[in-house]
Design a protein around this ligand. Structure first.
Ligand SMILES: [Zn+2]
Length: 324
């Protein structure tokens, strides 16, 4: 018996035996511990993800249901950052002295008109000053309103190369009944590039996983006379099915961004879906007390948030390996 064990190569042993329900549970337990009482919204990521994509009719119905949710009021998060999103998916406007850098374009033209145009106007800004639209990734809930904005205001559309390629070849997800058309190819960015307007820079971090070229922007914001730094995680859910390399890149991206958050003192973590970052409650808190800095969670919490996502990804990776 001893002799047989001795000849099992380590690599074989690790792929065949390292994952178990116990390792899944350990990653979920670690994520739960890291999430504490403040980051529990991220724990939805630790729920088992589907092994394959749902059928198109189910995708369409789910998206339609999310789009039908009544939109929240737009709001100011920082002196130079505004929420103009829907209930399900967010759009963020960075206001500069030379116009607006928009992050994401919502589901379709109707939402872009009502929530981006309308929201910016309600907040005292002119949508005609949108100069850049950074599309975090090539799923229609983020690009669907882009072509409407281009036809109206001619902003530059910014996306990563892998995600531009996806819009030109085969979309991973589509829902033509809900989403506007893919934007025409425009600016292609890579990791470390910056989008700069009116003296404000947005750094492009490529955090692959959710899509192959998901963009997680980092940038400075200001409130109550202080500078803070934001990380806006650009693609969260595991909705690509059983794909171990994708899980590996996702895990690596959370680890890399946790290191960057630590190095740069990033103290605000946002999402492009308000369910993950508590945007509505934080905007309410700011309305009641503009000095509350409700969006500033501190660098240790940002790092913990990224670790929660990484642990949930490791749990899901182990679940997928156990299916094989
Ligand atoms: Zn997506």
């Amino acid at each position: 018996m001893k002799k047989i064990l001795a000849v099992i190569p380590f690599a074989f042993a690790s792929t065949a035996f390292a994952q178990s329900q116990a390792t899944v549970d350990a990653h979920v337990a670690e994520a739960t511990r890291l999430a504490g009482s403040d980051l529990g919204a991220l724990m939805v990521l630790c729920k088992p993800a589907p092994a394959s994509r749902p059928p198109q009719a189910a995708v369409d119905a789910g998206i339609a249901k999310n789009i039908a949710r009544p939109a929240p009021a737009p709001g100011k998060a920082f002196d130079n950052l505004y929420f103009i999103g829907a209930a399900w998916v967010s759009a963020w406007a960075i206001k500069t002295s030379e116009g607006i850098i928009l992050i994401d374009a919502l589901n379709n033209a109707k939402e872009a008109q009502e929530l981006i145009d309308g929201g910016l106007r309600r907040l005292g800004m002119d949508p005609a000053t949108i100069k850049y639209v950074i599309v975090t990734h090539a799923h229609g809930d983020h690009y669907g309103g882009a072509q409407y904005l281009v036809s109206k205001y001619k902003p530059r559309i910014v996306m990563s190369e892998p995600d531009w390629v996806q819009t030109e070849t085969k979309l991973e997800f589509d829902s033509p009944s809900n989403w506007g058309p893919v934007p025409k190819r425009d600016l292609s960015v890579k990791d470390g590039d910056t989008v700069t307007l009116g003296g404000q820079s947005v750094t492009i971090n490529i955090t692959p996983g959710h899509t192959l070229g998901t963009i997680t922007p980092t940038f400075d914001v200001f409130s109550n006379g202080k500078k803070h730094r934001v990380l806006l995680w650009g693609g969260t859910a595991f909705n690509f099915g059983n794909n171990i390399p994708r899980m590996d890149t996702y895990i690596a991206a959370t680890q890399r961004m946790a290191k960057i958050a630590q190095e740069q003192g990033i103290d605000v973590m946002l999402s492009n879906h308000a369910g993950y970052d508590g945007t509505m409650a934080k905007l309410e808190a700011l309305k009641k007390d503009p000095k509350s800095d409700a969006f500033v969670i501190g660098t240790p919490a940002v790092v913990r948030g990224l670790q929660v996502m990484g642990e949930c990804a490791q749990a899901q990776r182990d679940r997928y390996l156990l299916m094989k």
